[in-house]
Each structure stands twice: as C-alpha cells, then as structure tokens.
Design a protein around this ligand. Sequence first.
Ligand code: FES
Ligand code: CO
Length: 334
Amino acid sequence: MIEQQLWHPVIAAHELRDEPLGCTLLGQRLVLWREHTHGTSQVHAWADRCPHRGASLSLGRVLIGLHGARLECPYHGWQFEAGGRCKHVPAAPEFDPPASHVATVHEARERYGLVWVRLGQPTQALPDLPMFEPGDNPAWRQVLCGPYELNTSAPRLVENFLDLSHFGFVHEGWLGERSHAQVGIGQVEEGVDGVQVNGARAWQPRAYAGAEGGAWIAYRYTVPHPFAAILRKDAAEGDPVSNAIALFVRPDGHESCTAWFAMATQGDGSSDEALREFQDAVFSQDRPVVESQTPRALPVGRLAPVTEVHGPADRVSSAYRRYLKRLGISLGTC
Ligand code: FES
Ligand code: CO
C-alpha cells in the first residue's frame, strides 16, 4: 500500500515526554519514545511489540545510562538501544544478543510540533515529509491546533480546506458572507510535486484584526502531500498580518482521520489561546457538513460508486482529485 510509504503525523510532539507512548498508524501499533542526549532530543517509532515474547514495549520505560538511552521491555526487562538492537538480557547478563534480537524500527522525525512516522521505504517517487517553510521559521509565531478526530476520510477533509466557495455559507460572518459568495480561483498548477494555487481570492467580512469592514483577500495554496495542504495569506497594504496554516491529516481508515493545524503567524497580536479558540470554532462549523458528505471516501476514479458534478469554482478540488489518482492513493478514495 502506497500510503505506508508516506510520512504521516502521529501525535503532537509535546505529548511525548520521558515515557514511551503507544499509538496506531494505518492499523499498526507503534511505540514512540524520546531519546535525550546532550541537550538534543531524537524521537523513535518502533513496532509496539517486543521481539522476545511479543509484549507491548509501550508499557516499558526509557532508561538513561552511560550507554545512552535504551527502551526497556516491561516483561523480562530486555534493553534495546536507539537503533533497535537488544543490548542487555537481565536474566542472562553474560549473553551477547545477536543481530536478530532487534525491534522493528521505523523512520521518525519531529517537525512542525508533530511526530511524523514513515512505515516503509518508498518503492516509487513519492512526496517527502511536507515542506512548510513558515513552520520552520523562528521569526514566525507557531501555534498548533488539534487533534481533531473526524468521521470522514482524510481526502474529504483536505478538499474542504482547499475549497473557498463554502466560506460564505459554512463560515458566514467569520470567513465569508453569502452576499459576497463569488470567489476567484486563481492559477492552478499541477505537477509531480502536487498542486499549487496562486492568486485565489475570497471576500472576508473581517479580514484581519483591526479591519473596519470586509475586503477581498488573496490566498496561495499548496498541496505538497496527499494528506496535507498549506494556505498562505500575506500581509498587504493596511493589513499587517501574515498567516500560514498547514493542515496535516493522519488517515485512520477509509472513513476516519485525525487532523492538526500548524499555524504560523506574523503581526497578529492575539494570544495563542485566542488563535486556537478561533480555529476550533471555525472547525466546529466545518465538522457537521464534512461528516455529512457521502460517500465519506472521496470519489476520484471512474469506478466510484457515485459521480459528483463540478462547477467552475471547483478547479482546485478537481486538481487535487487528479493528484490523488496519479499517486495511486486508495485509502479514503473511491
Ligand atoms: Fe520483552 Fe520478554 S517479551 S523482554
Ligand atoms: Co471551512
């Protein structure tokens, strides 16, 4: 399955502290743990199964010693070093464990406030961990929102994020007005790197803090990964706020997913808490509509059980559907 060869966010990085933590990605149980050495911190994601007798390593603990950090199994106390090799069997301390005594190790990274995991090596050219430049830039304030657990597929949610024409209805008075429902789609580019949209425009009733009235706001979008999308609004004349919002979705099945928003802002005076509350409120407007869409899997192929019809303002969503199809994404599509 191609989805196993992609990077996925699994949990917010701040949730992973000194203890190992169990989580599930694409139906596989994982143990996440953090190795602190010399002021740096490295995250690890392994199969949550001890190679000795199959106990859950997430019930164990992280040991710090002269030898560095190790994960200790809760059952017989076998100790595994960061690369997965067993280095110590307490019941037979003289035993030198061979290379076969090893935990199943996956690639893991910490990025944009999230822990990311890739279960398998790509067998074809596939998107890397999504690039979100403002999310790496310390000059931008970083605020993570979520997780939001949703009863729909990851592609339905990404498509909703790319859809400006629902603003005047779902987010009336917040992100749009029904009396100003027309949108500008801008230039849509599709390539191997995903989808890019420049010069999209929507009317916003209160476009930025301190705005007197509504205004047309210009947006840029990128879809660098099948389950991620980035929206950017740059500061403009009279509007000092630059916002970049990345939607990162973990597909949990054909009809369920978990999402986070990584926000990066410059020039916005509101508190982190206020930004989170706003995002939570906007998301609570999207949720009932997005969860009501049937089928929950996104129709991308000719064999989809239903057809959906498209309007001129749906060019971005059509490009996104073609992107999923080109990559061969089957999870959450039909
Ligand atoms: Fe893990 Fe025995 S099951 S040490
Ligand atoms: Co919305």
